[in-house]
Design a protein around this ligand. Sequence first.
Ligand SMILES: Nc1ncnc2c1ncn2[C@@H]1O[C@H](COP(=O)(O)OP(=O)(O)OP(=O)(O)O)[C@@H](O)[C@H]1O
Ligand SMILES: [Mg+2]
Length: 625
Amino acid sequence: MPENDKKKGSGGPRGRYQRPKDLKKTVGTLLRYIGKNAWLLIVVVICLVLNTACAQAGIYLMRPLINDCIVPGDYPRLARTLALMALCFIGAAGLSFFYSRIMVHISQKTTHKIRQDLFAKMQDLPLSYFDTHTHGELMSRYTNDVDTISEILNNGVISLVSGALTFVATVAMMLYLSPVLFLVSIFSMGLMMVVVMTVGKRSRIYFAQQQRDLGAVNGYIEEMIEGQKVIKVFNHERAAKEGFAQRNEAFRVSATNAQSFAGSMMPAMNNISHINYAFTCCLGAILAISMGFDLGSLLLYLQYTRQVGQPVSQVSQQVNNLLAAVAGAERVFEVMETPPEVDEGKTTLVHVRKGPNGSLVEVPGRSEGWAWKKPDGQLVPLRGDVRFKDVVFSYVPEKTILHGISLYAEPGQKIAFVGSTGAGKTTITNLINRFYEIDSGLITYDGIDVRDISKKSLRQSLGIVLQDTNLFTGTIADNIRYGKLDATDREVEAAARLANADTFIRHLPKGYDTWITDNGGNLSQGERQLLAIARAAVADPPVLILDEATSSIDTRTERLIEKGMDELMKDRTVFVIAHRLSTVRNSAAIMVLEQGEIIERGDHDDLIAQGGKYYQLYTGQAELS
Ligand SMILES: Nc1ncnc2c1ncn2[C@@H]1O[C@H](COP(=O)(O)OP(=O)(O)OP(=O)(O)O)[C@@H](O)[C@H]1O
Ligand SMILES: [Mg+2]
């Protein structure tokens, strides 16, 4: 089983039967989330106490019912006692309705806030977090973990407290009614505790295995659904079925173990309870005959004997659920405690216009241009000059990807990167916009260290067309507008025209209002890329980064994209990662990358004259991927 599958486990209550690492701290955080609703918890506890009191009083009334009404044959008193009994049970029912409502309210409010915070946190996490955590893993924080928290708040807490209260009340009543009979009961209760604890412990182990196997089954299904196309292309249907059969069988075995073990708990408890009942009956009868133990007390005591086991198993079950919920909460809070993306940049992007003496003046709203505003108030015009100096970078500590990259792009220049797949082209562009932090060296933008620029401003000044196009559910216009949220319809259309996307959009039945779903599954690869280019264009950024998709597209679309890109590149600093030489040729400088190093640089003619790697690539002696 690949590590991934284990991590995914996005089906089933994964967190169940796991123990939290730091119970106190997590419960503290959870209570903070319950926050201002915490006083309602006190109301719930009070209601629970009253509810147990009412229910227990109702049960207790059986004693006077027999002793004072039935035995002497007193009808009026019987009616009164029955009415009182009914009142007790109605009161208990009313209270339980009331506290259940409150708990649902608390639970929904709390989980709503947790989900909200978790999502907000996700937006602040550095990209490296997503490299090391699968999306299934993150998803299960939202689904399984938040669900278990919600479940325990909805029912678990009530069940736990009321179980404990009922148990205490029952035991107290038994002791009060007959200390002698209680001695028999203590013995059987002790036996029940032992059963609950040993069976509980064993079944936890089996249940944990069952959950792991269920996670594997679900992870496999998820992967196979996503990969249906590939499975069919490679005729892997049979292998897929066999793989599934294996996991399904493992799940059957562990589920059978878990269920049969858990299932043995109830019969065992029942048997102990029956034996206890029989003994109590014998002893009780002797007490009644020879020592005047009244009938009402005897019947009531027998009733307690029958029901005392139930709160014991209820509490033990809920303690498990509670611990599982706390473990789930712990995982959620772990995500929330992950350090966010660092952003200590104080330099921001501001609108400016030229002042009377040629100096720049900051103005709010739309204006003639942009400038960087340094923390000391100094304004530096935005030009689009990007420099790398001895940049060393690694995604993971052990493996350096870029070894001392130095390069510069002057405003308006087009710099191209070429090189084999995995050479580090996309990585370089990931560093300009600070998706990742560099290990050493310096990257400057208009002479300012990019680490001093606020990430928001930095990314606002960069137009990026990523290698993998990502479209969101919404209309075509919405997707283009993603580049600049306040863009007008005219700006959106102008951007689409610039990117050469306008023609195909107009041919769609609903034009710009065409609905896109499933990452643009209803569009062709090339069309999706055109939209991505339009999205970058709408922001009109001074610096553009284009990471050409490697996927092959038909020549007509290729030409369209090329034209779109050419238009877009005019008068901007452009970093282009090109897989087609036609795009590269007219660049001011071409960097040939190999294993994280620039091995050749120069313009097209220089590089051809050098007769090195570029020459090989260009003349088709090496694959340009
Ligand atoms: N998120 C990541 N975590 C760890 N390693 C990564 C990550 N992204 C890329 N790498 C590694 O960094 C190296 C450079 O990858 P990069 O994506 O920059 O290549 P590329 O030149 O853009 O290739 P391609 O032409 O296929 O797009 C590769 O060896 C890759 O395995
Ligand atoms: Mg790449």
